[in-house]
Design a protein around this ligand. Structure first.
Ligand code: DGT
Ligand code: CA
Ligand code: CA
Length: 572
């Protein structure tokens, strides 16, 4: 994705928000949201497109094409400026309050004058919402809970955005001759779903030159701290970035230290102290003599503890040090082990790339197989059986050439009672059925567990998509009895997805670990809605690593024949 497409997408999203707040028609709001997703995923830079090219992007009609052209030409859109002027800024902040939504944000503004988050907290404390039409004590309490949860999550940054930023900054640093090596560290290197800030580490004999280059990089805004060893800045988009510079001879020790986690470091340091040693960002040192035992590489540092190199995704002090010492640390899944993808969309439902483009992109990545799994009619009423069978036919023709296996699948919606889109005989005709919960997410634990179990027990369902249905920064996981869900998935042989969409990462590390321990199979998939999004599975692999998944546990890493036998087996 290019920067301009991202900026144009943001403009369209803001439009959607403001339209929603000003009481705009829901279909119009959705049109802007859909266009934003399409523009973001579009491969050609919008600056190189005229109105007619833009019109050809799915979801972008002549009306929105004109707005994008105006935005590219002038940097803003007049109609958007007018909306901005009439809607209070504080009211817009309310849209980020999980569980409120534009309609209710407008309602509390008009009825109670709530025009900021502070106003909302105040109104919640005084129980002023429960008497509004359509509210009650229960919905008031639910909102209070979600405001509290969001507050706890703080202003953390999504992993994919932090990764893109870090890679851009590192490319800038690598162009500076004084930089010998540099990479990202901290929670970003551990591939946590969200990160508090971006930590970078560089090796150099000339820290001044590195710091000077760093503060001059494009996108760097305010400088918070500038020192010999550490400089902290805030980017123009408000993300804090810390850069540490160390001597090349201690790079490995510094990398261990700044990768963390804090708990992992503390555990290592305790072992060192017991052995008359000290561990810091400058190395592992023998206290009695001051001799440096290890510092240059991470391998050296871990080896001095009698440990194998531990992948950063495992460094959470959740048993990885004990397992390393005992020689039982598993060889976890690697991104390169993945051979294809079991969850992707095309323009048949809500994707922005055509079937042909998705297939070509998967071929270019060297995949052994690709499953195309457009939504069924429950979520996308425009998807007809005729359209699906036509897609199947086109897929078979595309698959006739070349060595990549093409699987025809569908992503079905699991209804509140656990039933699925399509009659059973239609479901049986797909190579793979991916089933996911998308609506009615606040069911009770009993109802939600029964709903998921029914989907797992359906003979045609091969994969349970994004099992917890969480949306990072917006909503937490559904309430389900996970022990029960995992036991049923293990018994029926239904794979649980590790969905790599950046706002999902679902299952996440802790649930992956429980799933592996329960004997479940996993499927790492991209849920790509654009050809450019297939490479998300890299982050999916990291998420599976965080749960100690081995290659053996992950069906998307299996040879195609074994995968096909797995998918063909009736479940239940
Ligand atoms: P974040 O930024 O909240 O997502 O999490 P981290 O893990 O990136 O934390 P951060 O940025 O505060 O520090 C980066 C790493 O530096 C951290 O993972 C471990 C190391 N570190 C920082 N402060 C301390 C400390 O006081 N003690 C120890 N042992 N390690 C520290
Ligand atoms: Ca950090
Ligand atoms: Ca930091």
């Amino acid at each position: 994705m290019t920067r301009t497409n991202g900026a144009a997408a943001q403009m369209l999203e803001e439009f959607a928000e403001l339209l929603a707040l000003s009481g705009g028609e829901p279909f119009k709001v959705r049109a802007y949201e859909r266009a934003a997703r399409a523009v973001e995923g579009w491969a050609t830079d919008v600056t190189e497109m005229d109105e007619r090219d833009l019109d050809a992007i799915p979801g972008v009609g002549t009306h929105l094409a004109a707005k994008i052209v105006e935005f590219v030409r002038t940097g803003t859109v007049e109609e958007l400026d007018e909306l901005r002027a009439v809607i209070p800024a504080g009211l817009r902040d309310l849209l980020d309050v999980p569980g409120l939504g534009p309609k209710r944000a407008r309602q509390v503004y008009e009825a109670l004058g709530v025009a900021s988050r502070a106003d909302l907290l105040d109104a919640l404390h005084r129980h002023r919402l429960r008497d509004l039409p359509g509210w009650g004590a229960r919905s008031e309490a639910a909102l209070a809970r979600s405001v509290e949860e969001a507050h706890r999550a703080g202003e953390r940054i999504r992993l994919d955005l932090a990764l893109a930023l870090a890679e851009e900054l590192l490319a800038g640093l690598r162009a500076e001759p004084a930089v010998e090596r540099c990479e990202y560290a901290g929670s970003l290197r551990r591939m946590a779903p969200t990160v508090g800030d971006v930590d970078l580490l560089a090796a150099s004999a000339d820290p001044d030159a590195v710091m000077a280059a760093f503060v001059g990089l494009p996108g760097v805004g305010r400088v918070l701290v500038r020192g010999e060893t550490k400089t902290s800045v805030v980017t123009t988009r408000g993300v804090q970035v810390d850069l540490r510079v160390v001597e090349p001879s201690v790079y490995g020790a510094a990398l261990v230290y700044f990768t963390g986690s804090r708990a992992h470091n503390i555990h290592l340091r305790e072992i060192a102290v017991r052995e008359g040693r000290s561990l810091s960002e400058y190395g592992l040192v023998e206290v009695a003599t001051g001799r440096v035992l290890a510092a240059r590489t991470e391998d050296d540092v871990y080896a001095a503890f009698g440990l194998p190199w531990i992948p950063p995704t495992l460094r959470e002090d959740l048993g990885e040090i004990e397992a390393g010492l005992a020689g039982t640390l598993p060889r976890v899944l690697r991104a390169a082990d993945l051979r294809g993808d079991l969850h992707t969309h095309t323009t048949l439902s809500d994707g922005v790339s055509s079937l042909e483009e998705m297939v070509a992109a998967a071929r270019a990545l060297g995949y052994r197989y690709l499953a195309v799994t457009d939504h069924g009619p429950r979520l996308f009423p425009g998807v007809t059986l005729e359209g699906v069978l036509d897609q199947r036919e086109r897929l078979r023709r595309l698959g006739a050439h070349g060595s990549m296996t093409l699987l025809h699948g569908t992503e079905v919606d699991v209804a509140p009672d656990g039933s699925l889109d399509w009659p059973d005989e239609v479901l049986a005709g797909f190579d793979v059925v991916v089933a996911g919960v998308h609506t009615a997410l606040r069911q009770s634990r009993e109802a939600m567990t029964a709903r998921i179990v029914r989907a797992l027990e359906h003979p045609a369902v091969g994969v349970l998509a994004h099992p917890s249905a969480r949306a990072l920064g917006r909503r937490g996981p559904v309430d389900a009895d996970w022990d029960e869900v995992l036991a049923v998935a293990a018994r029926t042989g239904t794979a649980l997805e590790v969905n790599a969409a950046p706002d999902r990462l679902d299952l996440d590390g802790p649930l992956v670990r429980r799933a592996v321990e329960a004997g479940c199979r996993l499927a790492v998939s991209s849920d790509a809605h654009a050809a450019s999004q297939l490479d998300r599975i890299r982050v999916g692999a990291a998420t599976a690593q965080r749960g100690w998944a081995r290659r053996e546990d992950v069906v998307t890493a299996w040879p195609v024949d074994r995968l096909r036998r797995f998918l063909a087996r009736p479940r239940g």
